[in-house]
Design a protein around this ligand. Structure first.
Ligand code: ATP
Ligand code: MG
Length: 332
């Protein structure tokens, strides 16, 4: 990648990768009027001009730019191919004994919950799916998409993942405000009505979180819950990835019933690990995990759906009480 970009002109680079502008701006490298100069020369001139004040070398800048472009390409990668089904083939428990099932098939449109004690292997199962494991993870499981060993492009694609790790994965959008970030993302997905989409995502995110943030808030100053809410709204409204993985949404401090209303989708495969009975009953089936393995697959019954309705009412009451306490109200 470094070799691919270093001898391009700045104009050509920005033509192919408009988001590279963020990198130049972030490093205060002025590219105005220098569109016909090569990237490597612009960096060399910049470092030379800084003289003794220079904090980086041209090589470091090139390396950083290359990394930025690659991360952005991965982030914006859009898999339009559909996944109609996902198969889980057994691996082993933590103690090495084989899992006791032959093949679990999940079709698009299904929501599957994953339950089990702390440390039993729920997140591990989600990670296997995210990696499209081919016997090469600690569980030895195999994941097939559309009954086939998947194409390599399905692996390593961050667009499959919901689990929001803004602080880890999003360093490359550091210098952006919420609005700039969403505009960039929306532009890469849609031709028109970008500004509508941006407003919708911010509104939805604020409906999930506690105190509102503004379009002009820098991404880095969002709180944990706010960034999680932003990622959820962003995923729900913009992502076209066919599989959504949700790990313990209940701990995000956001309105999880609302979050799920946003995320659950007719066309997607949704897998959700949870300790929360309200969420655990939302799927058509639930996978029971123990000792690292899938012990059982249980279908949600009609009677359980009735109980879910009661639980949802209790849950609303809890949320309401929590919000009132947060606002400093008395409950008498
Ligand atoms: N089948 C397995 N073989 C080997 N290691 C495993 C297996 N399943 C899980 N582990 C390991 O066990 C540890 C705990 O698993 P994991 O983090 O998935 O638990 P969890 O169910 O998500 O727990 P929590 O509810 O606390 O989030 C991890 O290090 C994971 O890699
Ligand atoms: Mg976990």
């Amino acid at each position: 990648m470094i070799n691919e970009i270093k001898n391009q002109t700045v104009g050509a680079l920005l033509g192919t990768y408009p988001f590279a502008a963020v990198y130049f701006d972030g490093h205060h490298v002025d590219t105005k009027g220098r569109e016909s100069v090569t990237v490597v020369d612009v960096f060399s001139d910049f470092v030379t001009a800084a003289g003794e004040d220079a904090v980086t070398t041209a090589d470091e800048l090139l390396e950083g730019l290359s990394e930025h472009v690659q991360q952005m390409l991965l982030f914006l990668a859009d898999d339009l191919d559909t996944v109609r089904s996902l198969n889980l083939l057994p691996g082993t428990h933590k103690d090495g004994t084989p899992e006791n099932f032959t093949n679990i098939t999940i079709n698009s449109g299904e929501t599957i919950c994953i339950v089990g004690p702390t440390g039993s292997g729920k997140s591990r199962l989600l990670a296997d799916i995210e990696w499209v494991a081919q016997g090469d993870t600690p569980t030895g499981r195999t994941v097939l998409l559309n009954d086939q060993v998947p194409d390599r492009k399905w692996r390593f694609s961050p667009t499959h993942k919901l689990v929001a790790q803004l602080s880890q994965n999003m360093n490359f959008v550091m210098d952006l405000t919420v609005e700039e970030f969403l505009e960039m993302h929306a532009e890469s997905r849609l031709a028109d009505n970008v500004s509508d989409v941006v407003v919708r995502i911010i509104d939805q995110a604020n409906a999930l979180a506690g105190e509102s943030f503004a379009p002009t808030t820098p991404i880095t100053s969002l709180s944990g819950g706010q960034s999680r809410a932003l990622m959820i709204a962003d995923t729900a409204i913009l992502s076209r990835s066919p599989i959504v993985l949700i790990d313990e949404i209940e701990n995000a401090g956001i309105d999880r019933q609302k979050a799920l209303e946003l995320l659950l989708s007719e066309e997607k495969i949704v897998l959700m690990a949870t300790h929360d009975p309200v969420l655990a009953l939302m799927g058509g089936r639930r996978l029971i995990i123990a000792n690292g393995g899938i012990e059982a697959v249980i279908e949600t019954t009609e009677a359980e759906r009735v109980i879910l309705k009661e639980l949802a009412v209790m849950d609303r009451r809890m949320t309401d009480l929590r919000n009132r306490l947060r606002r400093g109200e008395r409950l008498e």
